[in-house]
Design a protein around this ligand. Structure first.
Ligand code: HEM
Ligand code: HEM
Length: 276
């Protein structure tokens, strides 16, 4: 199945993966070169698990989980298999986020620092709670086989919106956390004097924003959406040329409700019951 603007997709995907990997290298260098390293000792090295697990798990893995349906190489895999991969990566990302919260709460408690006083912690905890809700609802609606198709279709726009909303909130939370940590942690020279650590970690923040921006771009291109099962499984009908046909053209031909309405464009498929 050919994809429209495949080269642009490949460029966006490579950019996302590269910027994501570089962000992970940056957070590791921050922690090991500028900071105290990693340990589980109630001290600053335990706090450091917080940004490391957030960037690798809650940002990078979640980002990849969001766009995994869009990889054209996976379109020959069954939808069920892709759901397991999408859900599995999101569950892994959640586990990373949960451990990162345990690290920061444990650090605060052993240092007698108050909990949940900052805007960062409020928005962050809200994002983690919403994320867990999204996970449970996702599994119940799209993996449990008895959920009726009309319910799956009805929830899909909400699932997509809330997924992208939570992902964006996580990026915003990370930026607040980074800023707080630089302000708290840098003394002589302080943040405003731009020591090398400050500039380095500012760049990490910019990389995270760019990563988020590319993921949101990929996830919102209608023509890069995984074609419906009907399109993927149907035999060629146009003289054997179906392999090369453009996805958006094909999806235009779908009759989502079986009532002769073939007007929907590919970008609207999430509203149309093509969610089984
Ligand atoms: C504290 C969540 C990313 C730095 C906290 C707390 C939560 C939280 C709930 C409160 C802990 C407590 O009160 O005991 C999150 C979430 C993130 C995230 C959901 C996902 C993006 C980051 C990042 C950094 C960071 C990337 C960068 C170093 C901090 C700092 C604190 C903290 C310095 C202690 C001060 C405070 O409570 O605001 N975080 N965090 N966070 N986080 Fe994050
Ligand atoms: C699609 C986010 C968990 C099933 C999506 C999309 C996003 C998203 C942003 C749109 C992707 C696209 O348009 O290509 C999330 C987040 C989750 C989560 C953040 C975890 C917190 C789950 C779970 C399932 C699930 C557990 C259960 C299988 C689906 C399905 C689609 C989808 C079936 C439609 C894919 C398609 O037809 O192209 N999800 N999701 N999601 N998600 Fe999730």
């Amino acid at each position: 199945m050919a994809m429209e603007n495949f080269k642009q997709f490949l460029f966006a995907l490579s950019a996302a993966v590269t910027v994501g990997f570089v962000s992970i290298i940056f957070v590791l260098r921050w922690v090991f070169y500028f900071k105290e390293g990693l340990a589980w000792d109630g001290g600053l090295a335990e706090f450091n698990w917080h940004p490391v697990l957030i960037v690798t798990g809650f940002i990078f893995m979640q980002g990849i989980a969001i766009i995994v349906y869009r990889l054209p190489w996976t379109w020959k895999c069954s939808k069920l298999m892709m759901k397991f991969i999408h859900a599995g990566l999101n569950i892994l990302a959640f586990i990373f986020a949960a451990i990162s919260l345990v690290a920061v709460f444990d650090f605060h408690n052993s240092q007698n620092i108050p909990n949940m006083y900052s805007l960062h912690s409020w928005v962050g905890l809200a994002a983690v709670i919403l994320y867990s809700l999204q996970l449970v609802l996702g599994v119940c609606i799209y993996l449990v086989p008895i959920t009726p198709t009309y319910l799956r279709a009805a929830f899909m726009p909400l699932h997509i919106y809330s997924g992208l909303f939570i992902f964006t909130s996580v990026i915003a939370t990370a930026l607040m956390g980074i800023t707080e940590k630089l302000i708290f942690g840098l003394k002589n020279p302080s943040y405003k004097d731009s020591p090398p650590e400050a500039t380095f970690v500012n760049v990490l923040g910019v990389l995270i924003v760019i990563f988020g921006g590319i993921i949101l771009w990929i996830a919102t291109r209608p023509s890069w959406k995984r074609p419906s099962e009907q399109v993927l499984r149907s035999p060629p009908t146009n003289g054997g040329g179906s392999v090369g046909i453009k996805v958006s053209q094909q999806t235009d031909l779908i009759d989502p409700k079986g009532n002769g309405d073939a007007r929907r464009r590919s970008g609207k498929l999430e509203d149309s019951g093509q969610v089984n």
